[in-house]
Design a protein around this ligand. Sequence first.
Ligand SMILES: [Zn+2]
Length: 408
Amino acid sequence: MQRIENINAATMNDDQGYGLIHDATVIINKGKIEFVGAAFDAPATPTAEVIDGNGGLLTPGLIDCHTHLVWAGSRANEFAQRLHGASYQEIAEQGGGIKSTVKSTREASQEELLKLALERAETLMSQGVTTVEVKSGYGLDLENERKQLTVARQLAEQLPVNIKTTLLAAHAVPPEFKDNADGYIDEIIQNILPTLANEGLVDAVDAFCESIGFSPAQTEKVFEAAKKLRLPIKLHAEQITNQQGAKLAAEYQALSADHLEQLDEDGVKAMAENGTVAVLLPGAFYFLRDTQKPPVELLRRHGVPMAIATDANPGSSPIHNLPLMLQMAATFFHMTPEECLRGVTVNAAKALGEQKRGVIAEGCYADLALWNCQDAAELTYQFGVNPLKTLWFNGVAHDRVSKPWSAH
Ligand SMILES: [Zn+2]
C-alpha cells in the first residue's frame, strides 16, 4: 500500500476542467486507487509507504490513443528530398511514401521491429505516458500484420506500459492487390481480420477512409466484419477530403474518429449522438503544413469529447512527444489547457474503450504521473522541458531517470 501526500491532484474526474483537489492524498492498494480526496478526509493507513509529493501535481498517467509505433525504415531521405525540391509524385515513383515503409517493415524481423518499437515506447513513457494504442497497417498481409501486432503485444510484456492494439490492415492497398482495392478488402474481412482476432491480437479495428485510401463503401465492409466479431471500431476520417467517414463510423458506434480537419456539422452531430470521441492529431497537421483546422468550436458546442494524440508514424507525424501535442493543440486549434489535458487522459481513455483509466478515481488502475508543476496549465503552456518526476503503472512507481523501464 502506498500513500501519496502533499500534492495537488488533477483527477480529471468531473464533466469538464481538471477536477482539481488541493492538498490531496491518494492511497494505492493492489494496483488500484483506494482513496482520492482532501488530505483531511483521508483514512489512516499506518502500514502504507508514504510518498511526499513536495507540492507537485498528480495527474492520471497520460494516454497516447493514436500511434503507428511499429515500423522499420526511415523516411528522413524523403523529407530531405522534398526540401531540396522533389515533388510527391517523383518520390512516389522512386518507391517512396507509405510503400517504402511497408517494404522495410515486411523485410524487418520481429526482433528488429521490437527493438525499434521499444525505444519509441520508452521515449513516450519518459514523458508521462502509461497507455499507448498501437496500430498495424505497414504489413498489409496476414503474416506481416500479425508480426506488427505481435510486436505491439511484446511491448507490454517487456515494459510496464499498457498497450491497446488496433488492426489497420485497411491502411493502403498492398502491391499484390494493385488496382484491386475491393479484392484486398475481401482478403481483410475473410482472412486477415478474423484470423488475427481469433489469435487475440486485435483490440479494435481501424481503416483509412479517404480519396487516397478506401471509399466509404469499402470502409463499411470492414466495419460490418468487425461488428460480427464484436470488435470496436475507429476511423481515420476527414483528413484531406470530406467523405462523411466520421458519420459512418459514428453510426457503427465507433470509439473514435480521428484527424477530422474536413469534418462538417452533420458529422459532428452524428458523433455527439453516438458518443464517438474526436481524436485530434496536431502533429500531422503541423508536419503536413495543413491549414484547415478541425472544427473544435463545433465539437465543443455539440459536446463531443476531444482527445489528442501523437499519430507517431514515419510519414506524416515523426513525433514521439505527447506533451508537445498539448502545446500544438492549444496554439493551432485554440483548445484550452483543460481540454488539452482531458484530451490525453479521460477522453483518450474513452477513445480506447478503457473504463478504468484516464482519471484518478476510486477503483481505477493506479496509472499516475507526478509532475514538478504548480499549475496544471503548465503541462500545456511549456514545451521542451520535462517536469515528470514519478510515473506509476498499475500502482508500481518508477522514478524518471534516463531509461528506468527496460528489461532489455
Ligand atoms: Zn494515423
